[in-house]
Design a protein around this ligand. Structure first.
Ligand code: CAA
Length: 304
């Protein structure tokens, strides 16, 4: 197959809203077979149901033919719990989309570098965590169990940051770790383009370009709510109607997930030491209360 990115099979690790969306655009737009793994079988079932719903909606709106939907769905295979990361042994690229937790990602990338082929790209969909730190957790040269060599381990790691909802948002932010090779970057970029995305490149700074700009904005809105400057509805309405934002900042925070917003803000604050990134107490308390936003029914707003 003569394709610029050379991705003949993709592994997606994590089937939450991001992982599922990535599997969807890869299968439908890039037409690449996808192996999907999540340690929660319940999450996989939920994700696949949502994918079926999205494909059916695209067919009913005449955006795609029935046969295209069927072919896309058939391209997605679930990796069994027994196989886990071993199921990614032969893929050309893995995109990790688990929660924003550095030790978890380090453990995953260490395992992936041992299990995957040495030339497979290992991409993270992290929203803010250092790709350089993630790359450093891969197993170094000579110590890999995969094909006896981990030579290119860190050089094949890259940040591939999709936006939610992945099928709709047009951007992928590409982040190069200090160790990332030019070839890895070029292939990752070509793959994102094949998924129908425009690409921007950011240095590996906390939050990259996107969240280093977005999170202080969201946090400021939460602090204004905390101070009682305006109601949540009026804060959101101001930005929606006054600035033409599709969602107000509080609505957007609920949409992204308040736990995710907090994790990103903590990474920004710890990574820079700059107090402008310090998460608001209200956000911390809401996450303490397990009010995560749209994903579990309650955040700034309620989602029955
Ligand atoms: N998954 C897939 N598709 C979805 C979706 C979802 N969760 N939610 C909505 N859509 C689709 C709809 O199916 C619809 O598609 P069609 O045009 O084919 O019918 C389309 O999006 C528009 O949806 P609606 O008409 O229902 O609603 P809307 O016009 O209000 O748009 C929205 C919904 C696209 C989400 C819009 O409100 C929006 O753009 N919001 C801002 C989203 C945003 O900023 N995302 C980035 C968050 S930051 C991030 O992700 C990165 C990070 O690191 C934190």
């Amino acid at each position: 197959m003569s394709i610029a990115h050379g991705i003949r099979t993709l592994g997606v690790l994590g089937s939450g809203q991001m992982g599922l969306g990535i599997a969807y655009v890869a299968a439908l737009r890039a037409k690449v077979p996808v192996l999907l793994y999540d340690r929660s079988t319940e999450q996989i079932e939920k994700g696949l149901k949502f994918m079926d719903k999205l494909l059916a909606k695209d067919v009913s709106k005449g955006k795609i033919q029935d046969i295209e939907a069927k072919e896309a769905r058939d391209r997605v295979t679930v990796v069994s719990q027994d196989q886990a990361y071993k199921g990614f042994r032969d893929v050309d690229m893995v995109v990790e989309a688990v929660s924003e937790n550095l030790p978890l990602k380090q453990k995953i990338f260490s395992s992936l570098s041992a299990e995957c082929r040495p030339d497979a790209i290992l991409a993270s969909n992290t929203s803010s965590i250092s790709i350089t730190k993630i790359a450093a957790s891969t197993i170094p040269e000579g110590q890999s169990s995969a094909s006896g060599s981990g030579k290119q381990s860190a050089a094949r790691v890259v940040g591939l940051h999709f936006f939610n909802p992945v099928p709709v948002m047009k951007l992928v932010e590409l982040i190069s770790a200090l160790q990332t090779s030019e070839d890895t970057l070029n292939r990752a970029r070509a793959f994102a383009v094949a998924c129908g995305k425009e690409v921007t490149v950011s240095k590996d700074v906390p939050g990259f370009v996107s969240n280093a700009l977005l999170m202080p904005f969201i946090n400021e809105a939460i602090m204004w709510l905390e101070k009682g400057v305006a109601t949540k509805e009026d804060i959101d309405k101001t930005l929606k109607l006054g600035m033409n934002h599709p969602m107000g900042p509080l609505e957007l925070a609920d949409f992204i997930g308040l736990d995710t917003c907090l994790a990103i803000q903590q990474t920004l604050y710890q990574g820079t030491g700059d107090s402008k990134y310090r998460p608001s107490v209200l956000l911390e308390r809401m996450v303490d209360a397990q009010w995560y936003g749209r994903k579990n029914g309650k955040g700034f707003y309620e989602y029955p």
